[in-house]
Design a protein around this ligand. Structure first.
Ligand SMILES: Cc1cc2nc3c(=O)[nH]c(=O)nc-3n(C[C@H](O)[C@H](O)[C@H](O)COP(=O)(O)OP(=O)(O)OC[C@H]3O[C@@H](n4cnc5c(N)ncnc54)[C@H](O)[C@@H]3O)c2cc1C
Length: 468
């Protein structure tokens, strides 16, 4: 009898635990699926935003908000800058002019791009394993190659444009495994990836070798290592904006501290949409959402720290991901200072160390709360900040034209035709810094397009299904 009672009790507690877990998960999904609202006006000050190379751009606004534009881009991070640059350069090549207005809720590039880790790292074995399950080996290999090519494209862009302030550098990254299970899983993924993307140089190291090569401690059970890159993301993007303002002054205006409140089909002849902001309304033909906000959000934590005297000094050419259980922390280091001091360490991660194994961070879009307090003079942490990381239910970004059924907006009265028609993806494009040459269809993975079916499939609840 006692035995039966104790079993019933165990069963009861087990059920209670599962119900609690289910309640927490539902709560998180509801929070993460709710509209994020506007970016908060007072985000935690990020290390990268200090000492901006173009201080005049930080709060840049026209005296009066333009009332008309061909294209409105919402968001001044890396996506907004890349879109504006591509459009203006294509217009130049084709001898056309288009008016672009960029609307940013806060200061220049103060979203995730100004708050991240500055790592150009792909985790190719993980991407390949994830894509392979859903799309097969060939598409997985094509998408992995697309992701890997970014380091070279950005490197060439910075070099050709002479953007020295970006602090771009080639880095060897080391994924360090703290447990056997994680190591075995990743090693199998690496083996498979090698078969399909053989040109990628990837070293597999045992515990001893990893300790010797990367100066790590005895907790490390093994590592994989491959070439990546790192840079100062805010400086990359603000250099790009500065360049566009210099070269295309008459075609672009940057409107900082101008949150977009809503978008409607236009009632004005000749325009498709009305974009309503806190400073007035703009009539336009196209709206580009570079807001990082169609998907849901999770808070990522970052700190910038002075390295201790025993921290190995690789002059910014090595980065580390420490992989344990189902989570990881990541570290990059800036190059040596001009005074010969080791560069600052940028440390982020710790996701599943948060409340409810990190679930508490999901669906948060307030990046104004460092949850740390002020630091004391002379302490090792120089700066601690948070940023919103957007993610989708299938782990891939949405890139492309949105179906009106998704936005709920059909273009209003017919436009004059001055808008930009979608480029022909089969056109053979010339080589240009910041972009791959050739036909877009040949290098852009169609899996990233936000088709109606994909957006429905990429519902956040599917994250559980796609979880590693
Ligand atoms: C802590 C952290 C660490 C990361 N580490 C890395 C890394 O090492 N490597 C890497 O590749 N990626 C990393 N990421 C992810 C990377 O930073 C993002 O994927 C990338 O910056 C997204 O760029 P974006 O231009 O799309 O968005 P953002 O840079 O977020 O820009 C979106 C902009 O839109 C504005 N906006 C939003 N809504 C409105 C509105 N209604 N009106 C007007 N403006 C609006 C925001 O204010 C913001 O400035 C990290 C992210 C975080 C938060």
């Amino acid at each position: 009898m006692g035995n039966l009672l104790s079993r019933l009790k165990t069963l009861y507690f087990g059920l209670e635990y599962l119900l609690d877990l289910n309640k927490t998960l539902n709560h998180v999904l509801t929070r993460a699926s709710a509209p994020p609202g506007l970016p908060v006006p007072n985000p935690t000050p990020s290390y990268w935003l200090e000492d901006p190379p173009f201080p005049d751009l930080v709060h840049l606004q026209s005296p009066t908000l333009p009332s008309r534009a061909d294209i409105v881009i919402i968001g001044s991070g890396i996506t907004g800058a890349a879109v504006a640059r591509s459009i203006l350069q294509e217009c130049l090549r084709k001898g056309q002019t288009r008016q672009i207005v960029v609307l940013e809720a806060r200061t220049l590039c103060s979203g995730a791009t100004g708050r991240n880790r500055g790592h150009m790292k792909a985790s190719p074995q993980e991407l390949f394993a994830d894509m392979r399950g859903r799309h097969g080996e060939e598409r997985a290999a094509a998408t992995t190659r697309f992701q890997l090519v970014h380091v070279g494209v950005l490197t060439r862009l910075c070099r050709q444009e002479g953007w020295e302030a970006v602090e771009r550098r080639e880095v060897t990254t080391a994924d360090l495994f703290l447990d056997d299970e994680g190591r075995e899983k990743r090693m199998e993924e690496v083996e498979e990836l090698r078969r399909w993307v053989p040109e990628l140089r990837m070293d597999v190291l045992g515990a001893e070798e990893a300790r010797e090569k990367f100066g790590v401690n005895d907790y490390v059970q093994g590592a994989i290592s491959y070439p990546t890159g790192a840079l100062w993301p805010y400086r990359l993007v603000s250099s790009a904006w500065n360049d566009l303002l210099t070269k295309f002054l008459k075609s672009i205006s940057l409107e900082m501290v101008t949150p977009v409140l809503s978008i409607y089909p236009s009632s004005t002849e000749g325009y498709a949409y009305e974009v309503v902001t806190t400073r007035g309304t703009i009539h336009c033909d196209h709206v580009v959402h570079a807001t990082n906000a169609f998907a849901s959000h999770v808070l990522g934590h970052m700190t910038a720290q002075h390295p201790g005297t025993r921290f190995p000094n690789f002059d910014g050419r090595l980065s580390w991901s420490v992989i344990y259980e189902k989570a990881y922390d990541y570290v990059t280091q800036r190059p040596m200072t001009t005074y010969g001091m080791p560069g600052d360490i940028m440390l982020g991660g710790g996701f599943n160390r948060g409340r409810d194994q990190g679930l508490d961070h999901i669906g948060r879009w307030d990046d104004s709360q460092p949850r740390w307090g002020d630091d004391r003079e002379g302490w090792r942490v120089k700066k601690a900040w948070v940023g919103c990381i957007a993610f989708t239910g299938d782990g891939m970004p949405f890139v492309g034209r949105l179906d009106p059924e998704l936005t709920g907006w059909r273009p209003g009265r017919k436009s004059t035709g001055n808008g930009v028609e979608p480029g022909d993806e089969r056109e053979d494009l010339p080589d240009a810094p910041g972009r791959l040459p050739g036909k877009v269809v040949d290098w852009f993975p169609a899996e990233l397009k936000p088709s109606l079916e994909r957006v429905k499939r990429a519902d956040l609840s599917n994250l559980v299904k796609y979880a590693p």
